[in-house]
Design a protein around this ligand. Structure first.
Ligand code: ASP
Length: 332
C-alpha cells in the first residue's frame, strides 16, 4: 500500500489547487461491493467527482496521482469500464498497466492462477482493477493482495463502480434521490449493474418497479434486501405499464454470455425497446439510463431526446473513477 499521511496528501492537493480534505475512510481500502457505502461516504465521493469534472473541464488533467500506477486486469470484454479507468488515471497524472485487450496475451493464457497474477501485478502497481467472469473473484483477489483491489465487475455478482456512477447520474440529472420511482427493465437476473444499483438505492427512500420476463426476474437476495428496507416494490412484464409513473427508467441488455442455453436467450432478447412513441407516455422530467452497451434496447431516435441520459451517465464514469482512485490512494 502507498503509505501517505493526510498532511502530505493535503500538500499534494494544495499544489494542484484543491482544498484540503479529511480522510474519506477509503484510503487503502478494497472496493468490492456496494455494501461498503453509506449515504455519507457517497456524498463525499460525489463531491470529489464534481471537483474532478471541474478540473477536467478547466485544465484537462492534474498531477494528483503522479508516480502511481494502476493495473487494469480484465478477463472479460469491456469498453467503458476499462477505458474510463485508464482515462481517469491518466488525467490524475498516474500511469496504467493495461491488461484489457484480452488476457490471452498475458500469462493467464499459460494457466497462471488468479492469485499469482495478482501477486505479480501488485509488485508493479499501487492499485488493481479486476473484471472477471466469476462471482466472488474480486474478493478472492483482494484476499491475496496487499494492494487495494477494485471490482470492475465479477460475473453476475456486482459492479460497484458502475452503481456509483449510476447513482451520481441520477443525483446530477434529477437533483435528488429520495422520493424517486425507479423502473429497472430487462435482464434483472444476470445484470450485475442492476444488482449493485438496486442494493445501493436501498440507502434511500425510493420505490421500485421491475420489468422482465419470468426467467430474468431479479434474484431473490436483491429482492429480499429491498423488502428488508421496507421499500415499495412491484414486478411486471410490461414496460408500457410503468413508463408513465417512473422518474428513472434504467434499461439493460440481455446478458447473452451468461446463458447456458442460447435458444433461451433467443426467446427473451429484444423483448423491450424504448422508442420515441413510448417516450411520449413518460414524464417530462423522466430520465432514461443504460449501463451500455445497448444492443437494440433503446432506439437511436431516442438519443436526441433531452431525457436520454445514457451518454452523460457514461461520461460521469470517468469523474467517479477519478474520485475513487484519488480516495483509495489517499489523495482525495
Ligand atoms: N457494461 C456493463 C457490465 O459490464 C453492462 C453490460 O455489459 O451489459 O456489466
Amino acid at each position: 500500500m502507498v503509505a501517505q499521511s493526510n498532511a502530505s496528501a493535503d500538500k499534494d492537493r494544495k499544489k494542484v489547487g484543491l482544498a484540503p480534505k479529511l480522510d474519506s475512510g477509503f484510503y487503502g481500502q478494497d472496493i468490492i461491493s456496494v455494501s461498503q457505502f453509506t449515504r455519507e461516504n457517497l456524498e463525499y465521493i460525489f463531491d470529489v467527482a464534481e471537483e474532478m469534472r471541474a478540473i477536467v473541464k478547466r485544465v484537462g488533467a492534474t498531477d494528483l496521482l503522479k508516480g502511481t500506477v494502476l493495473a487494469c486486469l480484465f478477463y472479460e470484454p469491456s469498453t467503458r469500464t476499462s477505458s474510463s479507468f485508464i482515462a481517469a488515471m491518466s488525467r490524475l497524472g498516474g500511469t496504467v498497466i493495461p491488461i484489457t485487450q484480452g488476457v490471452q496475451f498475458s500469462s493467464v493464457s499459460k494457466g497462471e492462477s488468479l492469485p499469482d497474477t495478482i501477486r505479480t501485478l501488485e509488485s508493479y502497481a499501487d492499485i488493481i482493477v479486476i473484471r472477471h467472469p466469476e462471482m466472488g473473484s474480486a474478493q478472492i483477489a483482494a484476499d491475496y493482495a496487499r494492494k487495494p483491489i477494485i471490482n470492475g465487475g465479477d460475473g453476475v455478482g456486482e459492479h460497484p463502480t458502475q452503481a456509483l456512477l449510476d447513482l451520481f447520474t441520477i443525483k446530477e440529472e434529477v437533483g435528488r434521490i429520495d422520493g424517486l420511482h425507479i423502473g429497472m427493465v430487462g435482464d434483472l437476473r444476470y445484470g450485475r449493474t442492476v444488482h449493485s444499483l438496486a442494493r445501493l438505492l436501498c440507502l434511500y427512500d425510493v420505490q421500485f418497479s421491475f420489468v422482465s420476463p419470468e426467467i430474468l426476474r431479479l434474484p431473490l437476495d436483491v429482492m429480499n434486501k429491498i423488502r428488508e428496507h421496507g421499500l415499495p416494490v412491484a414486478e411486471t412484464y410490461d414496460v408500457a405499464e410503468i413508463i408513465p409513473d417512473v422518474d428513472v427508467l434504467y434499461i439493460t441488455r440481455v446478458q447473452k454470455e451468461r446463458f447456458a442455453d442460447l435458444a433461451q436467450y433467443e426467446e427473451v432478447k429484444g423483448l423491450y425497446v424504448i422508442t420515441p412513441e413510448l417516450m411520449k407516455r413518460a414524464k417530462e422530467k423522466m430520465i432514461v439510463m443504460h449501463p451500455l452497451p445497448r444492443v437494440g434496447e433503446i432506439s437511436y431516435a431516442v438519443d436526441s431526446d433531452p431525457r436520454a441520459a445514457y451518454f452523460r451517465q457514461m461520461e460521469n464514469g470517468m469523474y467517479i473513477r477519478m474520485a475513487l482512485l484519488a480516495a483509495v490512494l489517499g489523495k482525495a
